[in-house]
Design a protein around this ligand. Structure first.
Ligand SMILES: NC(=O)c1ccc[n+]([C@@H]2O[C@H](COP(=O)([O-])OP(=O)(O)OC[C@H]3O[C@@H](n4cnc5c(N)ncnc54)[C@H](OP(=O)(O)O)[C@@H]3O)[C@@H](O)[C@H]2O)c1
Length: 320
């Protein structure tokens, strides 16, 4: 099968289109024919082997890059349940050292209990681009932050892939949303449901005074300590990136009435079902900025690296 793969750590210039063996699904897995994939900052981290990227994938060079996908079930492992060949599914490969395949490829094998049925109203490109971002937002807000209806969350980095889903999902959970984003994207974040947007260049976190039940630090450039003045008693600071400051915050929280947590997103079938239902009911808007044809993956990754994306970028692997 055709795949965008790497033979060693490096830069975008080291990506190659290669012929790799089609994965053989284990008994609990589905073989998925990938129709679309989506890009995440993690792809660049795995490529470079930096910022934790060495821990997100096996080192089985050459291997295909990419985590997010949407496609069609080609075959079903003997012990896999819930799916038949021909079903449309979306999800992401686990961010783990056990992951050997990638979604920038014609086929991937994935555990049947870690995908969801593709939302009917979405294209494969839109579904793929929601997989990691929406699941991370849901996991951070509900599981880690214990955000409940009537509470307020401050989302730092609200205009990016995860952040723009976090704003919408927090609203779906019944919460009020305060957001931090660049001035250029403030209107877009407001249109997703934020009641107030702070420009990170004009208003440092230390100057925000409103107290909240949760701070979701998607940009992960703040700390538990720097957000303590914002948190009501019992409130949570949740970050997406592990760092020495993060672990210091967790230690400090042991002696505080506020919580400090880190999210490592995992693919849960029941959460994918909820995300798909929200899309089909119009309660979640897909955040796809643009999809690139398969041979333009390097161009798409360059854009992701530059950071001027509004929402998500996808890759059409098989236009069908
Ligand atoms: N732990 C996990 O499970 C997990 C899961 C998914 C992602 N992540 C990580 O979380 C991070 C965000 O992912 P993403 O997909 O949302 O990335 P993204 O789409 O690149 O978005 C990052 C956002 O951060 C904002 N930003 C930049 N500088 C900022 C600042 N000084 N203050 C506040 N916001 C700022 C940018 O806003 P503007 O565009 O408005 O400038 C941008 O929209 C990445 O590092 C990713 O690897 C972790």
């Amino acid at each position: 099968m055709r795949a965008y793969a790497i033979e060693r750590r490096g830069t975008i210039a080291d990506l190659r289109v290669m012929e790799l063996p089609r994965p053989v699904p284990a008994a609990n897995e589905l073989l998925v024919r990938v129709r679309a994939a989506a890009l995440n900052p993690a792809d660049l981290k795995v490529l470079a082997g930096r910022d934790g990227g060495g821990f997100l994938h096996a080192t089985n060079f050459p291997f295909a890059l990419g985590f997010d996908f949407s496609g069609v079930v080609e075959s079903v492992g003997a012990a896999a349940t819930g799916y038949v060949a021909g079903d449309e599914v979306f999800g992401f490969l686990p961010y783990a050292r056990s992951t050997r395949g990638g979604s920038f490829a014609e086929y991937l094998a994935v555990a049947a209990d870690s995908v969801g049925k593709k939302p009917k109203m979405l294209s494969h490109e839109e579904a793929a681009s929601a997989a990691t971002a929406a699941m991370t937002a849901l996991c951070a807000l509900r599981e880690k932050g214990r955000l409940a209806a009537g509470q307020t969350v401050l989302i730092n980095g609200a205009s990016g892939g995860v952040g723009s889903y976090a704003v919408q999902i927090a609203r779906n959970l019944g919460a009020n949303v305060l957001a931090i984003a660049s001035a250029a994207k403030a209107d877009a974040v407001k249109s997703l449901g934020a009641s107030q947007v702070y420009d990170y260049k004009a208003t440092p976190i230390s100057e925000i005074k409103t107290q909240v039940e949760m701070v979701l630090d998607v940009a992960s450039n703040s700390t538990f300590g720097a957000c303590l003045h914002l948190l009501k008693p019992g409130g949570s600071y949740v970050s997406l990136l592990p760092s020495p400051a993060m672990f210091l915050g967790m230690a400090r929280a042991l002696f505080s009435s506020r919580r400090c947590a880190f999210v490592m997103v995992k693919p849960h079938a029941s959460d994918f079902a909820e995300i798909a239902r929200w899309f089909d009911e119009g309660k979640l808007k897909p955040m796809l900025e643009r999809s690139y044809p398969f041979n333009e993956l390097p161009i798409a990754l360059e854009r992701l690296q530059r950071g001027d994306v509004r929402g998500k970028l996808a890759l059409t692997v098989d236009a069908g």
